[in-house]
Structures are given as C-alpha cells and as structure tokens.
Design a protein around this ligand. Structure first.
Ligand code: ATP
Ligand code: MG
Length: 222
C-alpha cells in the first residue's frame, strides 16, 4: 500500500543544507498497522508529509496504492489524498474561526456533496471520536485535546484507505489516548492501513501493531 524506495529529503536554509531523511526504504502492506518511533527532529513528520504528497523527496520514490505520489502534479496528489488518505497533523491545521463541524466537513467540499450528506458524515465521525457535543463550537474555544479529536474526526471523513497519524495522542490524557487507540484498532479491523508516528510508549506494546520501526537522525534503524 505504501512503498518508499531510497528516499532522501534535504531542506536548504540559507547556505546550509539540513538532511531530514537519508536513504529510507519502507513497505507498509495493505491493512497493516506500523508505528514509527523516534525522538524529536528525527524526521517522522517529514516522512509522513512525503507519503501524503505534501512535499516532494529530494531523491527516491514514494508510491501510494500503486501511484507514484512523489511525481504527481499538485492537482492529482490532492485528489489522491482526498480519496485515499486521512492525515492527522501534529499541529492540527484547523481553521480557528470555523466550528468543529465545519472544520470536519472541509476535506469533502471539493466533492460537491449536498450539505445534508456532508453534515451526516461529519456527525458520524464526530460520534466516533467522542466530540459530537462540541459540533457548533468555534475551534479557538476548544481545549487542546478537543481540537485533537476534531482533527482526528476530520481525517476520517473521507473513509480513507490509509491513515497517517502524526503524534495523535500528544494532547490527550491517558483515558482519551486509550479511546483513540481503540478507534485506531477498529479502523485496522475494517482493513484501513495505519502509519502512526509517535514517541508515546502506549503504542509500543499493542497487539494490533504489526511493525515498530525506529528512525534516528533521518535514518531507519534496522
Ligand atoms: N520546512 C523545513 N525547513 C527546514 N528544516 C526542516 C523543515 N521541516 C523539517 N525540518 C528539519 O528536518 C528535521 C526533521 O524534522 P521533523 O519535523 O520531520 O522531525 P520529527 O521527528 O517529526 O520531530 P518531532 O517529534 O519534534 O515532531 C529537523 O531537523 C527539522 O528542523
Ligand atoms: Mg513531528
């Protein structure tokens, strides 16, 4: 489902080049759950962004469901993302002045669905994430953990084949973290492919995780 072949990513900053990822190869099979662990700055978010086609690798290939997302023009990578990928961003990227419900509906706006269908889909994922009671609240009135649950609900609205989760429990207490893990386990049972970047030890001893991969200074440890 996710094929990464000899991928490197560097960022140029001034006259300095930052090597965020070096020669990464990785295969996540359809329906697998993979945990990517590594300390801060090791390259986890960069790797997830490359898989989602949100940035291009400096070298190498990234394939998602058979398509080379790293080579697609923005219009097509956006469509692939919208149809197949749910992304839980580390920094949420929610729209502060919109309500929770409106934020959750945004990924489906280009699909031209009726407002009624959009709302019922949004309400279903809000229920699933335990945030339905905050549907009408503006994002900037919600707590960090509530915003995180809105971000998780938004990632599920397109019924994705793949979920890329970047530190999904960073702002959740232990009870909510366990609820999130239960939601992820149910998605895995439905056949969703999961890649979770985290340093939360709760993820390191779960029965439904197929692989734990460690990244250090932009390189996978084998
Ligand atoms: N847009 C960018 N421009 C310059 N450097 C960047 C950029 N994005 C990431 N980096 C650098 O790449 C390296 C990897 O960053 P990344 O965000 O992928 O790490 P991370 O493992 O997700 O860390 P954290 O656990 O803190 O979220 C870091 O040294 C970071 O400073
Ligand atoms: Mg990160």
């Amino acid at each position: 489902m996710i094929w990464i072949k000899e991928v490197s990513k560097s960022f140029i900053q001034g006259d300095e080049s930052i090597h965020a990822l070096t020669n990464i190869s990785l295969h996540v099979k359809r329906g697998e759950c993979v945990v990517l662990k590594g300390s801060s700055g090791s390259g986890k978010s960069t790797l997830l962004s490359l898989i989602a086609g949100l940035m291009q690798p400096s070298q190498g290939e990234v394939r998602v469901d058979g398509k080379e997302i790293s080579k697609l023009p923005e219009h097509f990578s956006a469509a692939l993302r919208r149809q197949k990928i749910g992304f839980i961003f580390q920094k949420y990227h929610l729209i502060a002045h919109l309500s929770a419900l409106e934020n959750i509906m945004t990924p489906l706006i280009p699909e031209n669905l009726s407002l009624h269908v959009l709302e019922s889909k949004a309400k279903a994922v809000m229920e699933q994430c335990g945030i339905a009671h905050k549907a009408k609240m503006r994002i900037n009135r919600l707590s960090g953990g509530e915003q995180q649950r809105v971000a998780i609900a938004r990632s599920l609205i397109n019924d994705p084949l793949i979920i890329l989760a970047d530190e999904p429990t960073a702002n959740l207490d232990e009870k909510l973290s366990h609820e999130l893990i239960a939601t992820l386990e149910k998605l895995k049972q439905k056949g969703v492919t999961l890649l979770i970047a985290t340093h939360d030890p709760l993820f390191f001893d779960l029965g439904f995780v197929d692989q734990i991969i460690e990244i250090h200074n932009g390189e996978l440890i084998v």
